[in-house]
Design a binder for this molecule. Structure first.
Ligand code: NAD
Ligand code: TYD
Length: 347
């Protein structure tokens, strides 16, 4: 089978490329990636010479190029990871989120219509459901929960989901959608909470926790997300949405403290800073459907996954040093230089 993986030079896409390459060595993977600030070819270096892997630098919103790639590669399956993925950047500049996440998705769907495929899979997020209150631990996102977005990022991802459903209904594009909770693991770009905190702690830099640090995210080890997508594209039912998450809810402050503990660094490095605008309070997935329909369940417990992740950043300093020594410094200054330090009592 020929599988186009868009965004395969990013965090989850790259982990998925490695997962598929190992699990289905007979399949050919064509990675299509624009190589934005978040895409890193170094991540894919070990695969570059493999006969069943091909990398193409391209923008999913570039219709002519995307059509040419479909014509040449004749994909059976398309898995769309390509996206602008960081909420803070979407607050700073929403436009590129619409361009890539919405227009880019529509171009891929048009290509699927035009050339015909067996499956289009949209990698979506639990953020399309908005957030849940902290005082209602009985509430979870199910596939029936209304779309109710908070940030330009989540609004663009929800728009893409609506397009996917519309193309399925109107043009019979055989599509599926997965909505996963927060991922963590190797190759995670250091602008996101977990890698940012690991790297700052390693350099004895302050750890900027937004607001009171009590916002809750439902963390899933990235390989478990890859396994879920692999099951959905091979055994899932077209026209269906699958929520993916492992019932692993943690307050940000607790995640940060766990990282400090793993690294043997003091909690005095934590600094509460100005909150994110529109900050979602709690995400929590109900994964009953994917468990019952496809037998999926997470294999990695948070305690093990976070240890493996911290160790990966210790073992792969070159990978992240190359990132933080480049343009990323300007981003860090823009994003954190202006934030006020808040006086929260120790939590
Ligand atoms: P990432 O930012 O690490 O990687 C995104 C990749 O997409 C990069 O390689 C980038 O170069 C590429 N890209 C961006 N714009 C492109 C374009 N126009 N054309 C082609 N390639 C382009 O993102 P990630 O964290 O790996 O997320 C991947 C997908 O999973 C996204 O769709 C995201 O919404 C979704 N998701 C992420 C999480 C998470 O916790 N990170 C959770 C649920 C869902
Ligand atoms: P992030 O990794 O950006 O993922 P998302 O916003 O998509 O959930 O952030 C995870 C949580 O961590 C979120 O509640 C915001 C918070 N956060 C901080 O407190 N400090 C930071 O420097 C970052 C990047 C995130």
């Amino acid at each position: 089978m020929n599988i186009i993986v868009t965004g395969g030079a990013g965090f989850i896409g790259a982990n998925f490329v490695y997962y598929e390459h190992k699990k289905h060595p007979a399949d050919k993977i064509i990675c299509l990636d624009k190589l934005t600030y978040a895409g890193n070819l170094e991540t894919l270096a070990p695969l570059m010479e493999k006969p069943n892997f091909k990398f193409i630098k391209a923008d999913i919103a570039d219709r002519k190029t995307v059509y040419k790639i479909f014509e040449q590669e004749k994909p059976d399956i398309v898995v769309n990871f390509a996206a602008e993925s960081h909420v803070d950047r979407s607050i700073e500049n929403p436009e590129i989120f619409l361009q890539t996440n919405v227009i880019g998705t529509s171009v891929l769907l048009d290509a699927c219509r035009k050339y015909g495929i067996d499956r289009y899979h949209q990698v979506s997020t639990d953020e399309v459901y908005g957030d849940l209150p902290l005082d209602r631990p009985d509430l979870f996102f199910t596939e029936q929960t209304n779309l109710h977005t908070s940030s330009p990022y989540s609004a663009s991802k929800a728009s893409a989901d609506l397009l996917v459903m519309a193309y399925h209904r109107t043009y019979k594009v055989p599509a599926t959608i997965s909505r996963c909770s927060n991922n963590y693991g190797p190759y995670h770009f250091p602008e996101k909470l977990i890698p940012l905190m690991i790297i700052n702690a390693l350099s004895d830099k302050k750890l900027p926790v937004y607001g009171d640090g009590l916002n809750v995210r439902d963390w899933l080890y990235v390989e478990d997300h890859c396994a879920a997508i692999d099951l959905i594209i091979r055994k899932g039912k077209v026209g269906e949405v699958y929520n993916v998450g492992g019932h692993n809810e943690r307050a940000n402050i607790d995640v940060v403290k766990t990282i400090l503990q793993q690294l043997g660094k003091p909690e005095s490095l934590i600094e509460h800073v100005t909150d994110r605008k529109g900050h979602d309070r709690r995400y929590a997935i109900d994964p009953t459907k994917i468990h019952e329909a496809l037998g999926w369940e997470p294999a990695t417990k948070f305690e093990d996954g976070i240890k493996k992740t911290v160790q990966w950043y210790l073992d792969n300093r070159d990978w992240w040093m190359n990132i933080i020594s480049g343009d990323y410094q300007g981003y860090y200054e823009r994003m954190y230089g202006q934030r006020e330090v808040l006086e929260y009592a120790k939590i």
